[in-house]
Design a protein around this ligand. Structure first.
Ligand code: FES
Ligand code: FES
Length: 204
């Protein structure tokens, strides 16, 4: 056990933890800040991303003691007096969330980008966002919605992304008639003819 001191979302933390702890373990298990999610646990998916002194790090492999004396930011620190952060609101506006497992990591990665760009007085481009999020994986929503949400949070006006839905008026998923089906009403209309089946109609 060793003494770990840092600030998390502006709150001073001073706890004894094993030296082998990763930052995600300290956040989730010792501090009960479970907004930081775990996906791969091996630095591949970006889901566990938090900010350490403004830099996005994958907390599942980030030794907790590397955050000694640092300023850590997690998804729990973003809203202010019940008001969502611009990134959180933009993710809602653009439908950039489905299961939400990847969302804290995407938002914290995006926050790191926006904070860095704001501090430098630089505009954020779509290419900047794509580059920043290139190691963040989402399995259930569309990346364009995420990119549009980050653009909106950076101050751009962005129309919601509406995926192609095919030709209007065309039924989707309607089964085709089975060409081998029995023609007699009430008999195997959707299944192949069964000449030897006792329940088959007399025409089969
Ligand atoms: S859970 Fe940390 S990178 Fe996947
Ligand atoms: S919203 Fe489900 S993994 Fe991204």
């Amino acid at each position: 056990m060793s003494r770990l001191k840092m600030t998390v979302n502006g709150v001073a933390i001073d706890i004894d933890v094993p030296e082998s702890r990763y930052l995600s373990e300290v956040l989730r298990e010792d501090l009960r800040l479970t907004g930081t999610k775990i996906g791969c646990a091996e630095a591949e998916c970006g889901i566990c991303t938090v900010l350490v002194d403004g830099i996005a790090v994958v907390s599942c492999v980030f030794p907790a003691f590397k955050a000694q004396g640092a300023r850590v930011e997690t998804i729990e620190g973003l809203s202010n007096n019940g008001r969502l952060h611009a990134l959180q609101q933009a993710f809602l506006d653009h439908g950039a969330v489905q299961c939400g497992i990847c969302t804290p990591g995407l938002i914290m990665t995006a926050k790191g980008l926006l904070d860095t760009k704001n501090a430098a007085g630089e505009a954020v481009t779509e290419n900047d966002i794509r580059t920043a999020l290139k190691d963040s994986y989402c399995r259930c929503t569309g990346y364009q919605s995420v990119i549009n949400a980050v653009l909106q949070a950076s101050g751009e006006e962005v129309a919601p992304y509406i995926p192609e839905t095919g030709t209007p008026g065309t039924a989707v998923g309607k089964p085709r008639p089975n060409p081998n089906a029995c023609p007699m009403p009430g008999y195997f209309q959707s299944t192949p003819r069964l000449r030897s089946a006792s329940t088959a109609c007399t025409q089969c």
